[in-house]
Design a protein around this ligand. Structure first.
Ligand code: NAD
Length: 260
């Protein structure tokens, strides 16, 4: 049990990568908070974890809503006493060439990835400082925190930005024992990716199989998707790391796509 009694808030935890992190964190002994847009989806995930013997609570949290984020973190502190880990994971994807991208879509994506990371970081840092124990903040970046692809301008911009935010949190948080790091996964077959396979096929004028082989997995060492389990394993390692020795860094988990 690497995370015994650690309180971990995971945004976007009703689906995909966030859900797997919540399940695996609970197996490692953490008290997990499923923070997601819809309370019913978050409650269903929390119920699955509780049914398997874990400890979990659901919080309705739109990460772009300042009041909801602050209230959600306050509810966690009231229920579990503290916050030890934040996984800032909620996210969306929008596939579009820059010249066709609507400004409102640019702003929508930036709000979820960048504003959401800021608001959840601020609320959790305040709780971590108040507890006197510090904590670990982990951002869900992407290979697109280091690399670019066509049709993903706001996503690539926001994911690069998370590395900057993690570095600032590492510097400001050190005195209070708060660490910040970024996980940078390659393609993982979650609903976010399943949706973009046909969208990319249409935009690029190729088949869906070609999108997978020649776009998504082209630069991996073995043509394999990264899995939700791979990402959860990395999050357990970072969340359980005991000192400020590992802070302000990013770890790429991508079958070798983009080696640093
Ligand atoms: P997903 O679509 O399966 O899950 C995303 C979750 O975020 C959903 O439960 C959704 O309800 C929630 N969400 C969306 N907007 C929200 C908001 N405003 N407030 C709160 N919750 C919100 O996607 P996923 O693939 O699991 O992605 C999770 C994270 O991992 C994202 O940040 C994504 O960019 C990142 N990522 C994904 C991949 C991949 O290949 N799937 C690769 C690298 C990084």
């Amino acid at each position: 049990m690497h995370l015994q009694n650690k309180v971990a808030i995971i945004t976007g935890a009703a689906s995909g990568i966030g859900k797997e992190i919540a399940v695996e964190f609970a197996r490692e002994g953490a008290k997990v908070v499923i923070a997601d847009l819809a309370l019913d989806a978050a409650t269903a995930t929390a119920a699955e974890i509780t049914a398997s013997g874990g400890t979990a609570m659901a919080v309705a949290m739109n990460v772009t809503d300042e009041a909801q984020v602050d209230a959600g973190v306050a509810a966690v502190v009231a229920a579990y006493g503290t916050v030890d880990v934040l996984i800032s994971n909620a996210g969306i994807q929008i596939i579009s060439a820059i010249v066709e991208l609507k400004y409102e879509d640019w702003k929508r994506l930036m709000a979820i990835h960048a504003d959401g990371a800021f608001l959840t970081t601020r609320a959790c840092m305040r709780a971590m400082i108040a507890s006197g124990k510090g904590g670990s903040i982990i951002y869900m970046g992407s290979v697109h925190s280091h690399e670019a692809s066509p049709l993903k301008a706001p996503y690539v911009t926001a994911k690069h930005g998370l590395i900057g935010l993690a570095k600032v949190v590492a510097k400001e948080g050190a005195k209070d024992n708060i660490r910040a790091n970024v996980i940078c996964p390659g393609f993982v077959r979650t609903p976010l990716v399943e949706k973009q396979i046909p969208e990319q096929a249409k935009s690029l004028g190729i088949s869906e199989a070609e999108v997978i082989k020649n776009v998504m997995l082209k630069d991996t060492v073995d043509g394999e998707f990264t899995t939700v389990a791979d990402v959860a394993e990395t999050a357990i390692f970072l969340a359980g790391f005991p000192s400020n020795a590992l802070t302000g860094q990013s770890i790429t988990v991508s079958h070798g796509w983009h080696m640093q």
